[in-house]
Write a protein that binds this ligand. Structure first.
Ligand code: 2AM
Length: 179
């Protein structure tokens, strides 16, 4: 099973993000139910015993609830855009939580990619989108602002591929300490 840990996106943030999703040829806009902020992608965990231990490790993480603030819109892929996303203002508590998830997985021998953590919400995956159209999207959305928001739990999700959009199904929820 493909597993990842992520934060949910509350409705008050999802709504304005849905309002941005238009006007880019080739963009396959992510539906609201796919919005999340990945903390750590664990890849394919084929052994159910390891998946259970991962759940136990994640449930032991002791971290505070998060105050989050959206940041800039970005594009993965440069000349050949692959994804449009929105990032976050720098947030050490968010990075620490992502790191705790990564360490939990590594203790179980799950290999985590070496890319540095870039928290984001994917707005669209792109197929055949021109870089000029992605750049225009960034210009058009440059003034976008949304209120700060709080997230008081994270979840272990299972990703079911094979459909478009993929289906992300929460397997377990973990409470973050309240302020
Ligand atoms: P994305 O938002 O940039 O697409 C489920 O696949 C989630 O895990 C997605 O949010 C995806 O990021 C994220 N993820 C991180 N690393 C990944 C990888 N190597 N392969 C697939 N998804 C990955």
């Amino acid at each position: 099973m493909r597993l990842f840990a992520a934060l949910p996106v509350p409705d008050e943030i999802a709504e304005p993000l849905l309002g941005l999703q238009h006007g880019v040829p080739g963009a396959r806009w992510r539906p609201r139910e796919n919005f999340h902020i990945t903390l750590c992608f664990f890849g394919d965990v084929s052994d159910p015993a390891i998946a259970k231990e991962l759940d136990e490790e994640l449930s032991r993480i002791n971290a505070p609830a998060l105050h989050l603030e959206l940041g800039e819109i970005g594009v993965f892929g440069g000349r050949e855009p692959r994804a449009l996303w929105i990032g976050f203002a720098q947030n050490p508590a968010l990075e620490e939580l992502a790191d705790a998830c990564k360490q939990a997985a590594q203790r179980l021998g799950i290999k985590i990619g070496r890319k540095s953590y870039l928290p984001h919400i994917t707005l669209a995956y792109c197929r055949g989108t021109l870089d000029v159209d992605a750049a225009r999207f960034m210009e058009r959305t440059a003034g976008f602002i949304a209120p700060e928001f709080e997230v008081d739990s994270f979840a272990l999700y299972r990703s079911h591929l094979g459909t478009d959009p993929a289906r992300y199904v929460p397997q377990a929820h973990y409470i973050l300490n309240s302020f």
